[in-house]
Structure formats: C-alpha cells, structure tokens
Design a protein around this ligand. Structure first.
Ligand code: SF4
Length: 275
C-alpha cells in the first residue's frame, strides 16, 4: 500500500496537516507505525492508541483508531486500564523520552514488570521539544538544553537496559533514518505477547538541534545513519568504540506470563468462590 493509501486508511480526515515543525522526524516514525499496523493487519475498531503529552503524543489525534490523548506521563496507566478491560484489543502507546522516562518513569518500570501486552513506541528526540528544549532523562551528557545552557551533567538512562531489567519481554531500537527497519521492529513488537518497547531514535532539529548546533534536519538524520549499528555488530565493539555508536534491532526477547492472561485466571478462581 502506498503512503497516500495508508494516510487515507489510517489518518482521520480533516486532521492534517500536522503541527510538527518542518524536518521533524515524528512524521517518519508515525509513518512507520501505520505501515506496521497495516502489515500485522490490526482492525481499527479493535485497536487503541494511547498517548501522553508532548510533540510525539500529538500523533494520537491524527490516527483513526480508538485513541486517548491522556495526561503527561500517564499514557501507560490509561493503556493498562484499557487492556485489562478489553484484553482482546491491541493497545499501542505513543510516548516520548520526557513523557515516559521522567514524569511517567514509575509507570514505565511497573508496566514492564507486569509484562502486560502493550506495544510502547517511544519517540526519543533527547529533549522536551514542545516546551522549548529542556533536558530529559535520555538527553546525552554535556548536551545543551533550555534548562542546562552550559550543558547537562546528568547521565542518561540506557532505556533498553532499564526496560529489560524491569521485566519487559521485547526490547528493540530503531531510528527515523532506518524507517523500513523501524516498521519491521514495530510489527514484531505488536505481534509479541507481553510488554514491548520499541525506542525510535528521532530528531528534533528545532528545540534540540539548534541548541546543540547539530545542523539541519537532513544532517541530523545522517548522524543516525553514521552512528547506528546492527546490535550484533555493536556487541563486538570495544567500550571505547561503542562510545559514539548505538545498537539497532531486536535487543532482547523472552517469553514470560502475560499480565491480562494471569489476571483472567484470578478472576476465574474468584468466580468459583472460596479462597
Ligand atoms: S519542537 Fe522538535 S520534536 Fe517538536 S515538532 Fe518541532 S522539531 Fe518536532
């Protein structure tokens, strides 16, 4: 299906053009999402898209599914409630690095711990873009930000390691530059039974790129091209060689009991009566 046909099928009529800045990678990542949904064959009426707050979270307003544009950092509690109430639905969470890793950080680790069957697509642009470029828990050390004009001293989370450590059973990373691969990773995450994180390395040429003199939008995408490595090749590098690279692909996958299925067993036990 062409991108025009995908837009016709999966975007709400009358909601485009979007509000993202020219050169923002959010459109590429949202395009990868609808390609993945189409490939998996999700039905629109049986799919919920839940977003938090931030530039990326605006995508929920453009997409023609059951959508919730929730509160800052709270997409995962909303999504958890939907999945528990309607386990047959596919529930996709759109979030950003500030939304998921800072304000929603506690929700993130506990949703991963429960291994609830949600697909989390995290647009990581290393900043709070919508509010002018404050640093987030994923902003690289020494980056400039509206809240760190001389550079941040904070060390960023390794979000993939955090998700895995918390109990996620599918962890992957892609980038806007590698959009076809990103669509594959999202499709795999949707198919996976359990908590799936797909971190999409994004680019914000306005609120992050300008402050850090990273060049224009194509230059920021070329940076992704030149610094991403397939996960198996990345693992062969020395620590020094890894310093300015990042791995892409499926980083971790495992089987574990899924939360709504386990919860259904408890409900069945309770309905039988007795303890
Ligand atoms: S501020 Fe950054 S992340 Fe937000 S729409 Fe503009 S370029 Fe995209």
């Amino acid at each position: 299906m062409s991108m025009e046909q995908l837009i016709e099928k999966y975007f709400r009529p009358g909601r485009l053009p979007h509000i993202w800045c020219p050169g923002c990678a959010n459109g590429i990542i949202t395009g990868a999402l609808v390609k993945a949904i189409d490939r998996v064959g999700l039905e629109k009426d049986n799919t919920a898209v839940v977003a938090g707050i931030g530039c990326s979270s605006r995508a929920s307003g453009y997409l023609d599914f059951n959508t919730v544009h929730s509160a800052h950092g709270r997409a995962l509690p909303f999504a958890t409630g939907i999945k528990l109430a309607a386990p047959q639905m596919a529930v996709i969470v759109i979030t950003g690095d500030g939304d998921a890793a800072a304000i929603g950080g506690n929700h993130f680790i506990h949703a991963a711990r429960r291994n609830i069957d949600l697909t989390v697509l995290l647009y990581n642009n290393s900043t709070y873009g919508m509010t002018g470029g404050q640093y987030s828990p994923l902003t690289p050390t020494n980056s400039k930000a509206a809240t760190a004009p001389y550079g941040t001293v904070d060390r960023p989370f390794d979000l993939a390691a955090l998700a895995r450590g918390a109990g996620a059973t599918f962890v992957a990373r892609g980038s806007a530059f590698h959009a076809p691969m990103l669509a594959d990773l999202i499709a795999s995450g949707i198919r996976h039974k359990g908590f799936s994180l797909i971190e999409a390395v994004a680019s914000c040429p306005i609120s992050y790129g300008r402050q850090n003199k990273l060049g224009d939008a194509p230059a920021m995408l070329k940076w992704q091209r030149d610094h991403a490595l397939p996960a198996d090749a990345y693992e062969k590098l020395s620590d020094a060689q890894k310093a300015d690279k990042f791995p892409i692909g499926v980083l971790y996958q495992a089987d574990a009991p899924e939360y709504t299925e386990e919860y259904a067993k408890i409900i069945a036990r309770a309905q039988k009566g007795g303890l």
